[in-house]
Write a protein that binds this ligand. Sequence first.
Ligand SMILES: [Mn+2]
Length: 318
Amino acid sequence: MRTTFNQITELLRGQDDIVILTHKRPDGDTLGSAAALCRGLRRLGKRAHLWPNPDLTPRFAALTEGLWADENTEAGYVCAIDIADRALLPQNADAKFPEIDLAIDHHPSFKDYASYGYCRPEAAGCGEIIYDLLLALGCTLDREMADAVYTAIATDTGCFCFSNTTDYTHIVAAACMAAGADAATINYNCFRLKTRARVALEGHIYSEMQMVREGRGAAALLTRDYIEGLQATDDDCDNLGSLLTQIDGVKIGALLTEVKSRDAFKVSMRGRGIDVSAVCAKFGGGGHAGAAGCTLTGMTAEEARSAITAALEEALDA
Ligand SMILES: [Mn+2]
């Protein structure tokens, strides 16, 4: 059932023994928002934990240190953060919690899967909602909560660059800095620092990409052999699809990545002024106008690349 901000505040105020769920392949927003909420609830004298997430990587692990539940503990009140759909729950959470008591999210695609659901699609990150919630609950941000909320909104806005960034996003970021968030270090770690494998992947994409229609379209392909040769992690491969539309003149870019089982290519497409969700829909995929994806099966690498470059050309000619 959809509910209001005031009601979720009162629901949480009345609860104890709260378990907080994060989504599959957790990002800075789900982890930062969940960590800030968990620390705030504890500060208010409640028992609160994060449910273990098997996909946690070292990237954001520090934010959540000391917050994880033991999988054998019985949960009281179950709260999902930044999870648009039950299908995005990690397997261990999906199996354990047939009922979710409260879901807090900001995705326009939010499905009303919990007993109570609150969604604020104009929020750039769930971090903005959690910031409001902590204040409404009477909890002052400490440095750790401030780092967590700042990380949540910085990562979901691409360091305050994406079009979802609002004046309110900056107000929350400023409040986090006032509460001691180490913005320079967070931004350096999230947006500047790269592993050597990541640098190699980026270099490979830029050196092997094929341009179409006088450089208005670009497609690149990563084979599993190449990725494994670098011992690149999932984090290293994250969001590589956005590199191509960072090239001057490129209106549509597609990165094909061979999947781990080597029987398909995952396509990550980005557009600047071209609706790539419509292009991906032709291959059974979808997404947003500016960022979408699809999966190609039953094709060799060169067949997959040809299919995609033809689709890019068609979109550019339209
Ligand atoms: Mn988010």
